[in-house]
Design a protein around this ligand. Structure first.
Ligand code: NAP
Length: 262
């Protein structure tokens, strides 16, 4: 006799769900795109590089047989979020899931803060996902069938990191923006939640935390004693997109091995 209750059979599937994943060309976003495709979602993938997007579409549609569209857009540009939202909503005639994952990190101390890099961080990490969620959320409300908005924030939203002045501020702002989404859109059956990973050794993670001298003190503060793998973020994002998380709204989930528990 199986010990697995029938209620979980196929529950972590995303068949029939139309999802937009930003920052899908590399790192965590590429892994989220792969996880969503393997779970049966149809996808709009976004990044800045047309060739990388085309390669991702060919690979994922070939392996998993799901329909995939791509939209190349620079989310730092003023109309980037609205252009992406309109193109993505047009691709499938609506969206059920938005994964706001694209982000940048330009480590700077408080004293050395460069205004241009501060603005660039806020533009990509806070303004773009907040505006995208506003447009996509409004479309979900009009469609009247609910939805799930998932923000890839950071443990840096929950605990201050030296030399990450703009980054911490942008991610903390994003966590709160996501809670406002949860409160305003919840009555329409739209859930909004954040995931807050510790360091993940992607291109970004490697650039910021790759040196042992920087990594060691950070690792010492993580009870599990290691950095996260991209799939550990994706697994949480897939769950939040799925019907298994149907009563989960307005939370920020640390995926950090216990780093931010206090
Ligand atoms: P990554 O490897 O550097 O990938 C970043 C993705 O975002 C790429 O697909 C990139 O597209 C896209 N992107 C960057 N700037 C963009 C812009 N102006 N317009 C459109 N797309 C843009 O980063 P990652 O480590 O996977 O990080 C993904 C998310 O997780 C970010 O929000 C990050 O803050 C968060 N996070 C990362 C870590 C970590 O340690 N890695 C920890 C916590 C949270 P292109 O191909 O065009 O460059």
């Amino acid at each position: 006799m199986t010990t697995t209750p029938d209620r979980y059979a196929g529950a972590l599937r995303l068949d029939g769900k139309r999802a937009l994943v930003t920052g899908a060309t590399k790192g965590i976003g590429a892994d989220i795109a792969r996880a969503f495709a393997s779970a049966g979602a149809t996808l709009v993938l976004s990044g800045r590089d047309e060739a990388e997007l085309a390669a991702a579409r060919t690979a994922l549609s070939g392996e998993f047989g799901v329909e995939i569209h791509t939209v190349a857009v620079d989310l730092a540009e003023g109309d980037g979020p609205s252009r992406l939202a309109e193109a993505a909503l047009g691709a499938f005639g609506g969206l059920d899931v938005l994964v706001n994952n694209a982000g940048v990190s330009y480590p700077q101390s408080v004293a050395d803060t460069d205004p241009a890099l501060f603005d660039a961080t806020i533009a990509v990490n806070l303004r773009a996902p907040a505006l995208l969620a506003s447009i996509v959320g409004a479309a979900m409300v009009r469609a009247g069938v609910g939805g799930s908005i998932i923000t890839v924030a950071s443990a840096a939203a929950l605990a201050p990191l030296p030399d990450h002045y703009a980054y911490c501020a942008s991610k903390a702002g994003l966590v709160m923006a996501t809670k406002v989404l949860a409160r305003e859109l919840g009555p329409h059956g739209i859930r909004a939640n954040s995931v807050c990973p510790t360091v993940v050794l992607t291109e970004m993670g490697q650039r910021v935390w790759g040196e042992e001298a920087k990594a060691a003190p950070m690792l010492a503060r993580i009870p599990l004693g290691r950095f996260a793998q991209p799939h550990e973020v994706s697994d949480t994002v897939v769950w939040l997109a799925s019907d298994l998380a149907s009563m989960v709204n307005g939370v920020d989930i640390p995926v950090d091995g216990g780093y931010t528990m206090g």
